[in-house]
Ligand binder design. Structure first.
Ligand SMILES: Cc1ncc(COP(=O)(O)O)c(C=O)c1O
Length: 358
């Protein structure tokens, strides 16, 4: 969407960077008058935490302390619930840590083997209730999956991809109660939390804490990434998971597994540190404006319906295909949606993925 990255972000990213193929100590850059003082200060702080002041050296496998500390401060301020740098594990994007957390569930339970490591049990959101996730649907999915598997974890993407909704606080409470009742570990994919334009964001961690006992004692993994939210710098591969109240033995095993892969890219970690700056407000304003345009544009097209966009960079509109177009599709021996996609491609050269046919 042409969003321009922030000044602090862009400059610091360069300051401790690479030149002529070798990682170097950026003394020249750090004394340059072309670089703003606040940027130099941040670059110095980051370099001070790097082994031998170089981004070319390994960091601790869970990430640079300065970055994990900044993340923990951000989370504490967001939730009003304390967060510890020791619970933060940096990764090469959120995918890296999501995969790492999922591997904790690959084991036989009560004699039922997991298929291909892990099996997926789908649940569906309700479009007519602004893509809410209902307990009834979760129960349906749980019962179906439990016939063949031990259901161990519940993955919730909030704000949603591709539906762009933000769960209400009540909805999150219901999901937490369901997870407690069914003894499920919640993986909260909260990577779009900074992309919200119209509603408050409630993290699972905050809601669990505020619900009190026994929910405030539940384990949780929450994921965030540099690929979304603040700056969408997905190529830098940086993200983190906060593991909350993890069983100490499991946490030790997780830590050991992460240590084997050395560390995520240090430049990516430095970039994540830079998002915690004043420039976020501007990014929010641009996003709000563009989300409104997308919502209004979709709903102005005849036959289109789109729920109001709460955030997360996605719109998930529905298209009604008229009777005449359905007849034409038949004549071309195509399904109506396939016919629609071809027409769209031929008339506008716009590519359209066939997602769901109702
Ligand atoms: C909901 C969600 N979670 C996680 C990811 C992974 O992001 P990353 O680039 O940090 O691996 C994506 C990427 O599109 C996503 O949409």
């Amino acid at each position: 969407m042409g969003q321009v990255g922030g000044k602090v972000f862009r400059t610091v990213e360069w300051a401790p960077g690479r030149a002529n193929g070798r990682v170097y100590y950026p003394q020249t850059l750090l004394s340059s008058t072309d670089i703003p003082e606040d940027v130099k200060e941040r670059a110095r702080a980051l370099l001070d935490d790097c082994t031998k002041s170089s981004v070319g050296a390994y960091s601790p496998s869970n990430g640079l302390f300065i970055v994990r500390h900044a993340v923990a401060e951000y989370i504490s301020a967001r939730d009003g619930v304390a967060s510890s740098p020791e619970d933060i594990y940096m990764g090469s994007g959120a995918s890296d840590v999501i995969k790492a957390v999922l591997t904790m569930f690959i084991e036989e339970v009560d004699g039922k083997p997991p298929e291909l490591g892990i099996a997926q049990a789908d649940y569906y959101l309700e479009e007519n209730s602004n893509w809410a996730l209902t307990t009834a649907e979760l129960e349906r999915s749980w019962h179906q999956a439990s016939e063949r598997h031990n259901v161990r974890a519940l993955v919730v993407i909030n704000p949603g991809n591709p539906t762009g909704q933000v769960l209400t606080r009540q909805n999150i409470e219901d999901i937490i109660k369901f997870a407690k009742h069914r003894n499920l570990f919640i993986l909260a994919d909260e990577v779009y939390q900074e992309n919200i334009v119209s509603k408050p964001f409630y993290s699972f961690k905050k809601v669990m804490a505020e619900m009190g006992h026994p929910y405030s004692k539940m384990e949780l993994a929450s994921f965030v990434t540099l690929s979304k939210g603040w700056s969408a710098e997905c190529g830098l591969r940086s993200g983190y998971v906060e593991l909350v109240r993890l069983n100490p033995d499991v946490e030790q095993a997780f830590r050991t597994t992460r240590a084997v892969m050395q560390c995520p890219t240090v430049l990516g970690q430095c970039a994540l540190h830079c998002v915690f700056s004043q420039e976020l407000n501007h990014i929010h304003c641009v996003l709000t404006e563009r989300t409104k345009t997308a919502f209004e544009t979709f709903n102005s097209i005849p036959g289109y319906f789109c729920n109001e966009l709460d955030g997360s960079m996605f719109a998930y509109p529905r298209v009604e295909i008229p009777e005449r177009a359905q007849q034409a599709a038949k004549q071309h021996e195509m399904s109506p949606d396939e016919f629609y996609c071809w027409q769209l491609l031929e008339m506008t050269e716009m590519q359209h993925a066939k997602v769901a046919v109702l």
